[in-house]
Design a protein around this ligand. Structure first.
Ligand SMILES: Cc1cc2nc3c(=O)[nH]c(=O)nc-3n(C[C@H](O)[C@H](O)[C@H](O)COP(=O)(O)OP(=O)(O)OC[C@H]3O[C@@H](n4cnc5c(N)ncnc54)[C@H](O)[C@@H]3O)c2cc1C
Length: 401
């Protein structure tokens, strides 16, 4: 069962000294989890962007080889896909049916995109990826298999836990999502200065739900902006759907090999506070320890706010902005790693009053701020989530909560 690991997308995961890689057939998964007696937690990979899919001193559970693929169900306009599929493949598979899903900014993430919330340029119109879930199949950390449907289990703690906190509770093998009609979009890519950012944020907070702003601050004096609209507008280019979305940022250079950590924050509409914050943020951007350290954001609200906080583990339903801070260092450079992570924490601290929530898209149980991050991600739901973990993953086979 232990095989050579597949090439991992995330360089930090790829460079980890893992104890071994497990690539079980899906039917063997319950037995594997039930009887696992080697070091825990297992690091799970669905084969997408692979952050924490492998870690030194841990075993990796690689689901990418035996996932069930993509299946469109025209009878109820849903799509099923499993571990091993990337969001981009799902989007492409739906194009012939003139359908799409609430995908993110990149087609590269896999099932983890859905399980951790899943937000993208159409979130204001259609909601988060977890809001589209119709059913979930998988195996709890205890080894017990499950098949849950929103129609019968949508009010249970189990359903709520899996919608946004699944990586702590279960290995999900397949999801079924509602789809939306594929419609053309209009996009505008532009470059601006930090001084313009407050105006962009203020005007974005007043646009209708069919418009979203995402920005990427990658030079002290320069930001990239990507506006996506559901209706035509001057100076915007037409694309046929999210499968043709241009990138917000250029990919990081392959050499030197870079490692990174990303913390995602969540905050309500608050353009005035953003404006007050900008001079200090600009100073921190000028002090970046590495040129690939960046700050970016995507816009939420409207449809994402229509779901009650108690329904999913994504509790920050008032969030309108999801900024994410990326700390980067050359692989093996312990000093720069230390300085980059310290920089990330300074930016986070500065932004905390404006963005008090966390979007837990990447796990950081190896970093000192993991517990704070959990508290800020799950808020008052965290104690019940921990009880659920005790019930469904009592031996801590999956990452700690
Ligand atoms: C280039 C890029 C663009 C992104 N854009 C967006 C975006 O626009 N919107 C957004 O919301 N997020 C975005 N993300 C974040 C991304 O969705 C999360 O990091 C997500 O966890 C990635 O999941 P994965 O399946 O690709 O990776 P994986 O390595 O397979 O999974 C990452 C983590 O998720 C957990 N996990 C994965 N599969 C399973 C499973 N089957 N069962 C249980 N747990 C599992 C594991 O704990 C694993 O450590 C982006 C990330 C990158 C790198």
């Amino acid at each position: 069962m232990d095989q050579t690991p597949q090439a991992l997308f995330n360089p930090q995961a790829a460079d980890a000294r893992v104890l071994g890689v497990l690539q079980p057939e899906l039917q063997d998964l319950p037995e594997l989890l039930r009887t696992w007696s080697k070091p825990t937690p297992l690091r799970v990979s669905s084969g997408g962007t692979t952050s924490r899919a492998a870690a030194s001193g841990c075993w990796s559970l690689d689901l990418s080889a035996h996932g069930p693929g993509v299946a469109w169900d025209g009878s109820n306009a849903t799509v099923r896909f499993g571990a091993g599929c990337r969001v981009g493949e799902v989007l492409e598979a739906l194009v012939p049916h003139q359908r799409t899903i609430a995908a993110g900014l990149s087609g590269l993430p896999g099932l983890g995109y859905v399980l951790t919330g899943g937000m993208g340029p159409l979130s204001r119109r259609f909601g988060l990826a977890v809001d589209q879930l119709k059913s979930l199949n998988g195996v709890w950390g205890s080894g017990e298999p499950f098949q849950l449907e929103r129609s019968s289990h949508g009010q249970t703690a189990e359903w709520r836990g899996l919608c946004g906190a699944a990586p702590f509770l279960a290995v999900v093998t397949e999801v079924e999502l509602a789809t939306q009609e594929l419609q053309p979009l209009w996009v505008q890519q532009s470059i601006g200065t930090p001084h313009q950012l407050a105006d962009w944020i203020e005007s974005a907070e007043h646009t209708e739900a069919g418009v979203s702003l995402q920005w990427h601050w990658d030079e002290p004096d320069q930001l990239r902006c990507l506006q996506v609209r559901c209706d035509p507008a001057p100076d915007h280019s037409r694309i046929e759907g999210l499968h043709q979305l241009p990138p917000l940022a250029s990919p990081p250079p392959a050499q030197p090999r870079l490692h990174a950590e990303v913390v995602g924050l969540l905050g309500p509409a608050n353009a005035a506070s953003w404006r007050r914050l900008l001079p200090d943020l600009q100073e921190l951007m000028a002090q970046r320890p590495h040129p690939s350290c960046t700050l970016s954001a995507q816009q939420l609200g409207d449809a994402t706010a229509q779901i009650a906080a108690r329904e999913t583990s994504f509790v920050h339903r008032d969030a309108v902005w999801k900024p994410w801070i990326t700390a980067v260092w050359p692989a093996g450079d312990a000093d720069l790693r230390h300085r980059s992570l310290a920089w990330l924490e300074r930016v986070w601290q500065l932004m905390h009053p404006v963005c008090p929530g966390v979007h837990l898209a990447q796990l950081h149980d190896h970093l000192p701020f993991h517990r704070d991050e959990l508290a800020q991600a799950f808020g008052p739901w965290l104690p019940s989530l921990r009880e659920l973990k005790q019930l469904r993953d009592p031996r801590g086979i999956l990452p700690p909560l």
